[in-house]
Design a binder for this molecule. Structure first.
Ligand code: GLP
Length: 242
């Protein structure tokens, strides 16, 4: 794993953009795997700014997102679809019909997972952006998720519900279930960019980089990816061996 440590959030976002820029400048019809959470917002700001200033076009690109809460509609301002529209899609020229994310309202969960796996198979990703949960989860793959799982639904752990409650009016409003790409889908991307910010991620980052490769710490699977870059701020990287 290539590790880039940056001073603060602005620098982290800049370094993450440098990795993303190689892909979006290099391939007009790239497929971008994208993530939600507070961490990649700075990267999306850089992409939007570059589009505005330099006219970088996303018209031929496709995007696929990691995960979506079950039960939330695209119009719900807590849905990941809404998040992506606000933070990125509405600010660049990607065509909305080329942006894919699980349908949180799907009634037949198994059929929705199969539909999403078929989309992923048709659209090999040139890059996959990831954040990391404080417990080492990636997307909504909580500790214990088998590495060979594809898109599935999960019951969120109490830890994740509490962490994500900051985005909702109260903890009781956080959905209890979600659709998520599995570890196997994530590993299928040609390149991975994982971003970690803040001291509360330091333990997970250490486990991911230096610990055993185990489903108990889902992000540790990235040690096996041939082209994975971690961009972390000093706080998130503080427990790594110097
Ligand atoms: C959620 C998302 C993850 C994300 C994580 C960390 O659980 N499903 O994809 O990585 O939160 O979020 P944040 O970047 O806000 O710390």
């Amino acid at each position: 794993m290539k590790i880039i440590i940056a001073k603060d959030y602005e620098q982290v976002s800049e370094r993450a953009w440098e990795v993303m820029r190689e892909v979006v400048y290099g391939k007009k019809d790239a497929v971008l795997g994208l993530a939600t959470g507070s961490t990649p917002i700075g990267l999306y700001d850089k992409m939007a700014e570059d589009h505005r200033r330099n006219g970088t076009s996303y018209r031929l690109m496709r995007t696929v997102n990691l995960d979506e809460y079950a039960g939330l509609s695209p119009e719900n301002d807590q849905s990941y679809r809404y998040f992506m529209n606000e933070h990125l899609f509405n600010r660049i020229d990607v065509q909305k019909q080329n942006t894919f994310i699980e349908n949180g309202l799907a009634e037949d969960e198994a059929a929705e997972c199969a539909r999403y796996n078929a989309i992923l198979a048709q659209l090999p990703r040139d890059i996959q952006v990831l954040g990391i949960g404080a417990n080492g989860h990636i997307a909504f793959n909580e500790p214990g998720t088998p590495f060979d799982w594809e898109t599935h639904t999960v019951a969120l752990t109490q830890n994740t519900i509490q962490m994500n409650a900051r985005f909702f009016k109260s903890e009781s409003e956080v959905p209890r279930r979600a659709f998520t790409m599995g570890p196997k889908n994530i590993m299928d991307a040609k390149r991975i960019l994982i971003i970690a910010v803040g001291a509360n991620k330091a333990e997970a980052v250490r486990g991911m980089v230096e610990g055993a490769v185990t489903p108990d710490l889902p992000a540790s699977i990235l040690q096996r990816h041939p082209d994975c870059t971690l961009v972390a701020d000093e706080a998130a990287a503080s427990l790594l061996k110097k």
